[in-house]
Design a protein around this ligand. Sequence first.
Ligand SMILES: Cc1ncc(COP(=O)(O)O)c(C=O)c1O
Length: 339
Amino acid sequence: MPNIDWSKLGFGFSDVNCHIRYTWKDGAWSAPEFVKDPYITMHIGASCLHYGQECFEGMKAFRQQDGKIVIFRPEENAKRMYRTAVRCVMPPVPEEMFIDAAEQVIRANAEYVPPYGTGGSLYLRPLLIGTGPQIGVAPAKEYTFMIMVMPVGAYYKGGLKPVRAVILDDWDRAAPHGMGDVKVGGNYAASLFAHEKAKRDGWPVELYLDAKSHKFVEEFSTSNFLGITKDGKYVTPDSCSVLPSVTNLSLREVAADLGMPVERRQIPYEEIREFAAVAALGTAVVITPVWEITRGCEVVKISDETEVHPTLLKLYQTVQGIQYGELPDTHGWCHEVKV
Ligand SMILES: Cc1ncc(COP(=O)(O)O)c(C=O)c1O
């Protein structure tokens, strides 16, 4: 067992046994290599460095109550990375290879999957990059696919903590029919400036409106938007420039199981004032309640600073319960990794 204080783990890089690596050349993927060195060497003209030919994923493996290790819905991440690769003219990683790679890298680092009860998980970061030299703008001829892993801690050490959000109308994240619905590094580069400004000014997350009209809610910089209406509906934006979140997909199914009406539709900015609860949704945290949203001089207070709406709590506990094997996995979301 590695000498780790699981209770002190945050969300950051830490050294493990290895990552898994494949290269694509002459139309085919290589056999996997297990690489200890976290540095990679590539050609100075690599297309990922110049033209942003790169994409990534984020997913988690959990050690369950009975000791099993499971990955949460890896086939959804495989499909999203496939779509992203096609959008960026990169050779897509077949779903079976993606899942096999995830299983193999977890097996090689099994002792880094945090013990049950610590609230931690093993974060998996699949990465696909153009590594062949490409000086004129065109897709590269060589690619590298890797999955790095690292143990991460419980995000909430003492219950869900609501945050304040801000809308900064001077910056957009993703244009309609641009790249917002796929997971490329450029989307995060596009949001970094506003994100750092928001943080400096006291808001941990920023919320984006649609880039064309600034009338409709889109998503936060690293998570989807959820509104709970006063009559108990689950409402989330339908937009071609929002990343389809695996967490949101799962929570919509959980909400439907709980008998909640689920709506995917345009959400006018003004409707924020009407919601009983608002939250940010994503793999890192599952649900982050948002208690207040500021836009220019307007401050919309959704709840008290420490209040967590019971529906958000129920959704959170259900997904975490399934992930840790405490609740029945009725949808078959947990993919077991035999070690
Ligand atoms: C822009 C953006 N939206 C939403 C999400 C949430 O997606 P998921 O639930 O698949 O982690 C993420 C995180 O991956 C993200 O970066």
